[in-house]
Design a protein around this ligand. Structure first.
Ligand code: AMP
Length: 558
C-alpha cells in the first residue's frame, strides 16, 4: 500500500478573514473570557479581557495604526516575549491587513536588522528591556541603521508604561499609550471599510524559521492558512467556549499564535498567558488559578513540569486536554502527561511553520499506542505522503522516507525568496518537510527525526529517536538526546547526552552500554556519554543538536 493519505473533507474550510471570524465569535460570546494574563509578580492582579473588551482594544489599536497610515500588506514586527499586547497586535494587524512579522525574542541586533531589511519592515513593536535583553537599545540601533523602518513602538511593562517617550526630536518613537491615542483621529467606519476589503488569501503573517541552523527564511502565511489550521486543531481537540487554554509556548512561534490564539479564539475559548516566558511552576499555577482545561508545551516543558519537587501539590483537576508538539514526543512523557496531569485527551501535533503549522495530529479516540507512539494522521483537508528522499518516488507503508504535506496549510512561499520556495515546495504543491517518517497501514505517521540528524555509522542508518526512546526507560535518566559525532573508523559514532534525575547515581559510557547490551543492536549502543545539566535550545523549545555536535567535537578533539 502506498504511503499516502488524505485527511477528512467533510467539514469545509473557513473562507473568511481572521478579523471577520473574530468579530463573529465576539458577537456570539461577548462576555466570555477571551484573554487572561497572569500577574507578573505574586500578589498583583491578573489582567483580563472579555471578548468584547478584547475586540474594543483590538479596534482601538487597529484605528491607531490606520491613523499612522499603515497600508494593507505593510509589515509590522513584534519583538516581545508573551504578553497581552502581543495578542491585541495580532488581531489589530489582521483587521487592517498589515502583515505581522513575528520576531524571535531571542534575536540580537544582527538578526533583528536582517529581518527588518529582508521584509522591509515599516514598524517594530518591541518589549521593554529586561535583564537579559536590551530590546530598546537594539531597536533604536535598527531604527538608525535601517531606512525602511519608520516607527518604533515601546510596549508597556505589565500594563504600566516603563519607558518615557524618546527624545522629543525622535518622532519615530512612540510608547504604546501614545500610539493608542492616535486612534482618536480615525473613525470606526474607516476600520470597517478596511476590514471589508481584505481577502482571506492575502498574506497576514511572516514567521522567520531556520529550523535550528542557517539564515532565517520568512514563511509567508495567509489568513486562510493559519485561521483554518488553528480552527481545525480546536475542532479535533473538541474545543468549545468553555475551554480555557494555558499557553506557556511563545507567541512568536506558530505554537503560541496559531495552535494557541487562533485556535482558542475561533472557538470562543479563553487564552491564558502564564508569564512572559516559560517556567514550569507558572504554567501549572496558571492551570490551577484560572481553571485551565487545556495545556500546551514542547516535550521539555512537560518534562520540567513533571520534575517539579512540589508537582503533586498543584490542582490540575480541571485539565482535560492539551497539545504536545514541536519535537519528538517521548512515549514515556506522553504516558505521564495522560496519567499524572489529568490530560486524558492530550494530542500530539506534528508540523512546521511552513505548513501553518499542523499537518498530522492524534485524535482522542485513537488507541493509546497511536496516541503515544505516532504523531497521528493527516489533518482534515490536507494530504501526506512519504517519499524516497533521493528519487522523490512515493514509498510503501512502513518504509522510512521524507514526509511531505500538501493542501490549504502550505505557506504561500518564503518572503522574497522564490528559489528557496521552489526548493521546499515542489511543482505538484508538496511541501518537503526534511523529516524522516514512516506511515503505518492505518495511515498513522511515526517521525524518526530530521534527515540531517540521522546518523550513519559504519554504513548503517541509525535513527537517534529509537535509542532515545530506549534510554528513557533507564531509571536514572530524566532527558536524553542522541547525536552523531565524527569517527575515523565508522564515519560517525553515537553520543548519548543525558540529563540525570535529581539524586541519581552518575552514569558513564560503560554503564549505558551495559544497559543497552542484549536489547539494542551493537551499532546502536552509544560510544560516548555526556552527562549534562541542560540542552541548548531555541526559544521555541527545539533542541539544538547541531550545537551539541559542535561542542562534542571540540571537547573530544575529533
Ligand atoms: P518549526 O517550523 O520551528 O515549527 O519546526 C518544525 C520541525 O519541528 C518539524 O520539521 C519537525 O522536525 C519538528 N517537529 C514538530 N512537531 C513534531 C512532533 N510532534 N514530533 C517530531 N518532530 C516534530
Amino acid at each position: 500500500m502506498r504511503a499516502y493519505t488524505a485527511g477528512d473533507t467533510d467539514v469545509p474550510l473557513l473562507e473568511e478573514t481572521i478579523g471577520r471570524n473574530f468579530e463573529r465569535i465576539v458577537a456570539r460570546f461577548p462576555f466570555h473570557d477571551a484573554l487572561i494574563e497572569a500577574a507578573p509578580v505574586p500578589g498583583a492582579d491578573a489582567r483580563r479581557w472579555s471578548y468584547t473588551k478584547l475586540n474594543d482594544d483590538v479596534d482601538r489599536l487597529a484605528r491607531a495604526l490606520l491613523a499612522l497610515g499603515v497600508a494593507t500588506g505593510e509589515r509590522i514586527g513584534i519583538w516581545s516575549p508573551n504578553c497581552a499586547e502581543w495578542t491585541i497586535l495580532q488581531y489589530a494587524t489582521a483587521k487592517i491587513g498589515a502583515i505581522l512579522v513575528n520576531v524571535n525574542p531571542a534575536y540580537r541586533s544582527h538578526e533583528l536588522e536582517f529581518v527588518v531589511r529582508q521584509n522591509g519592515m515599516r514598524m517594530l513593536v518591541t518589549a521593554p528591556s529586561d535583564r537579559s535583553s536590551d530590546y530598546t537599545g537594539m531597536a533604536r540601533q535598527a531604527l538608525a541603521d535601517c531606512p525602511e523602518l519608520k516607527e518604533l513602538v515601546f510596549l508597556p511593562d505589565g500594563g504600566q508604561p516603563q519607558l518615557q517617550a524618546g527624545d522629543p526630536e525622535r518622532d519615530a518613537e512612540l510608547t504604546y499609550a501614545e500610539l493608542l491615542k492616535r486612534a482618536d483621529d480615525v473613525g470606526h467606519s474607516a476600520l470597517k471599510a478596511r476590514l471589508a476589503g481584505l481577502d482571506p488569501q492575502d498574506p497576514i503573517n511572516l514567521q522567520y524559521t531556520s529550523g535550528t541552523t542557517g539564515f532565517p527564511k520568512g514563511a509567508t502565511l495567509t489568513h486562510r492558512n493559519i485561521l483554518n489550521n488553528g480552527y481545525s486543531i480546536g475542532e479535533l481537540l473538541g474545543y468549545t467556549e468553555h475551554d480555557r487554554v494555558v499557553i506557556p509556548v511563545p507567541f512568536y512561534h506558530c505554537f503560541g499564535m496559531v495552535i494557541g490564539n487562533l485556535n482558542a479564539l475561533s472557538h470562543g475559548a479563553a487564552t491564558i498567558i502564564p508569564g512572559r516566558s516559560f517556567t514550569p511552576a507558572a504554567a501549572l499555577e496558571a492551570v490551577q488559578d484560572f481553571g485551565g482545561t487545556s495545556l500546551y508545551g514542547v516535550p521539555t516543558m512537560f518534562i520540567a513540569e513533571l520534575a517539579l519537587p512540589d508537582f503533586a501539590s498543584y490542582d490540575l483537576s480541571t485539565l482535560r486536554t492539551g497539545v504536545m508538539a514541536g519535537s519528538l514526543c517521548p512515549i514515556e512523557v506522553m504516558n505521564r502527561v495522560i496519567s499524572e496531569m489529568n490530560m486524558k485527551d492530550v494530542a500530539i501535533c506534528y508540523g512546521m511553520t511552513e505548513t501553518s503549522p499542523v499537518s498530522t495530529m492524534t485524535r482522542a479516540g485513537d488507541t493509546m499506542q497511536q496516541r503515544t507512539e505516532t504523531v497521528g494522521r493527516t489533518m482534515p483537508q490536507l494530504e501526506s505522503q512519504v517519499v524516497d528522499p533521493v528519487t522523490g518516488g512515493v514509498l510503501e507503508r512502513g518504509d522510512i522516507g521524507e514526509l511531505c504535506t500538501r493542501g490549504y496549510a502550505v505557506m504561500k512561499g518564503y518572503w522574497n525568496q522564490p528559489d528557496k520556495t521552489a526548493e521546499a515546495i515542489d511543482s505538484d504543491g508538496w511541501m518537503h518537510t526534511g523529516d524522516l517518517a514512516r506511515m503505518d497501514a492505518d495511515g498513522y505517521v511515526v517521525i524518526e527525526g530530521r534527515i540531517k540528524d540521522m546518523v550513519i555509522r559504519g554504513g548503517e542508518n541509525v535513527y537517534p529517536r529509537e535509542i532515545e526512546e530506549f534510554l528513557y526507560t533507564h531509571p536514572a535518566i530524566r532527558d536524553v538526546q542522541v547525536i552523531g559525532v565524527p569517527d575515523a573508523k565508522y564515519g560517525e559514532e553515537l553520543m548519548a547526552c543525558i540529563i540525570l534525575k535529581p539524586g541519581a547515581e552518575p552514569l558513564d559510557a560503560a554503564a549505558v552500554a551495559e544497559f543497552c547490551r542484549g536489547k539494542l543492536a551493537h551499532y546502536k549502543i552509544p560510544r560516548y556519554v555526556d552527562v549534562r545539566e541542560s540542552f541548548p535550545m531555541t526559544v521555541s523549545g527545539k533542541i539544538r543538536k547541531v550545537e551539541m555536535r559542535e561542542e562534542a567535537v571540540a571537547r573530544l578533539g575529533l
